[in-house]
Design a protein around this ligand. Structure first.
Ligand SMILES: Cc1cc2nc3c(=O)[nH]c(=O)nc-3n(C[C@H](O)[C@H](O)[C@H](O)COP(=O)(O)O)c2cc1C
Length: 169
């Protein structure tokens, strides 16, 4: 059930190095394809990265919060052509979330790595870095990267205690 998966889902940044089964990878990617998009324009693209050198380069694409990508089994770079949809951030974010949940459903460790609006250690734009690493065109915007790997230490679920963030009028 989707609600059970939502309750269990956590960000996982440490991986065992064991390969993710191919059929699970396909399920996760299909979840991204199934995500809704504004006006059904489907502007998102999913770049699947398994190559260790590319993973290491992506890990350095921004200053902090992405180093664990170098130890991931794979990464899915979620991007969109901004000329196709002005809602590219929303569309990519939903697709990334769908894939994050699909990974959690299958017990695969995953974590969102923010790229849009972030900089690398030298102050360069993280999006420009990823465009260069993957040879993407200038109109391709990169919302984030989903880091994926097998884990033997999935964190405990959150407490559902912050009900004061719900404002009932
Ligand atoms: C928009 C967004 C951007 C995020 N960017 C990063 C990131 O760059 N690096 C990272 O380690 N975690 C990142 N996260 C994961 C959050 O840190 C994490 O979801 C939050 O701390 C709550 O923990 P949980 O996912 O285990 O519930 C991001 C999450 C979201 C939704």
């Amino acid at each position: 059930m989707i609600l059970d998966t939502m309750k269990r889902r956590r960000s996982v940044r440490r991986y065992t190095g064991e390969a993710i089964p191919g059929d699970v990878t396909e399920e996760i990617l299909k979840a991204g394809l199934l995500a809704p998009s504004s006006r059904n324009l489907k502007p998102c693209y999913f770049y699947v990265v398994n190559d260790r050198q590319l993973l290491a380069q992506l890990a350095a694409a921004k200053k902090a919060g992405g180093a664990f990508l170098k130890d991931a089994s794979m990464a899915i770079v979620v991007c969109a052509d901004e000329t196709k949809a002005d809602t590219w951030t929303e569309d990519c974010s939903i697709a990334l979330t769908y894939m994050d949940l699909a990974a959690a459903e299958r017990g695969i460790g995953s974590c969102w790595v923010q790229i849009h609006l972030r900089k690398d250690a030298d102050g360069n734009d993280a999006e420009a870095n990823v465009r260069r690493i993957l040879h993407l065109g200038d109109t391709m915007r990169i919302a984030g990267i989903l880091s994926l790997g097998m884990t033997d230490a999935y964190p405990a679920p959150h407490e559902e205690s912050e009900t004061d963030r719900i404002i009932r009028l």
